[in-house]
Write a protein that binds this ligand. Structure first.
Ligand code: AMP
Length: 288
């Protein structure tokens, strides 16, 4: 496995065949590992990027305390069979404050957008830089961040990046909590409260399987499990452009953002159309 610190080194190490890229901010967990595994299965060469992107943090304190575990991350990448890790420093990624920003309008206007000003421009800008600088053929993202996935698909289409964007299921703890690098900050009490997010989403998924299509009813079903949480939003949104839906009538996701104590968490359940029926993607529960 080669660890590259500049775009040039990473491109040089790229090798032959179809290249799959897994962009991350490090502090890797089983969710990231599942993206690496998906890339190893479908690409000839796999690149992972590890970069805590200051542009996408709207809160400097959050950036400051974001977990950084490079040695453990490199071990996970090595075990997964990654060929190249791109781990640039901030000075490589942004030798000066960038004057160019990638803003995906409309898709960024809902849910996370208003709550985290500048966040999605930061994400779209860094992913555009990774696509341009590393030139992958495929890129793997988690459905855990469903709105982010819609933004990246839109950005790649609008800017004609020749990259196939692949969305992968959410990895969860055995109790249902979506794995996240920020979960390390949860106290025991907060962790128990945090289970309300996934419990609510699974309850709404049950309702969809029972034939319910009204967004208001699905949202109430989800909220009924979220008593101990400070909920920012629960919304049903289109997978294509993240716009709010009042009825489940196309591929969609039910998304929630909530505080468990001081820790802000997001989660969602996607509703895909399979054989003409709405089918919830509840994610994958893993031990450990
Ligand atoms: P991050 O390092 O948090 O920026 O995440 C890097 C990638 O991992 C993104 O595409 C996320 O959507 C994905 N990811 C984060 N958590 C999970 C999870 N629990 N299951 C699957 N993918 C995830």
């Amino acid at each position: 496995m080669i660890v590259a610190h500049t775009f040039e080194e990473a491109r040089h190490a790229r090798g032959e065949g179809r290249v799959g890229l897994v962009p991350t901010m490090g502090a890797l967990h089983a969710g990231h590992r599942s993206l690496l595994d998906a890339a190893v299965r479908s690409a000839d060469r796999v690149m992972a990027s590890i970069f805590v992107n200051p542009l996408q943090f709207n809160d400097p304190a959050d950036l400051e305390k974001y977990p950084r575990t490079l040695d453990a991350d490199l071990e996970i990448c090595r075990e997964a069979g990654v060929d190249v890790v791109f781990a640039p420093g901030p000075d490589v990624m942004y030798p000066r404050p960038p004057l160019t920003s990638v803003v995906v309008s409309r898709v960024a206007d809902f849910m996370e957008g208003p709550h985290r000003p500048g966040h999605f421009a930061g994400v779209a800008t860094v992913v555009a830089k990774l696509f341009a600088g590393l030139q992958p053929d495929m890129a793997f993202f988690g459905r855990k961040d469903a709105q982010q996935l819609a933004i990246i698909r839109t950005m790649a289409a609008d800017l004609d990046f020749p990259v196939t964007v692949v969305g992968c299921p959410t990895l969860r703890s055995p109790e249902g909590l979506a794995l996240s690098s920020r979960n390390v900050f949860l106290s025991e009490v907060e962790r128990v409260r945090a289970l309300g997010l996934s419990r609510g989403l699974m309850r709404a998924a049950d309702a969809v399987e029972e034939g319910i299509r009204d967004a208001g009813v699905l949202i109430s079903a989800a909220r009924s499990e979220m008593d101990g949480l400070d909920v920012e939003y629960v919304e049903l949104a289109s997978q294509q452009d993240a716009s709010p839906l009042s009825v489940l009538d196309r591929p969609a996701f039910l998304a929630v953002a909530a505080f468990a104590g001081a820790i802000r968490l997001i989660d969602n359940v996607a509703f895909d159309v399979i054989d003409g029926r709405f089918s919830p993607d509840r994610g994958i529960r893993v031990a450990g």
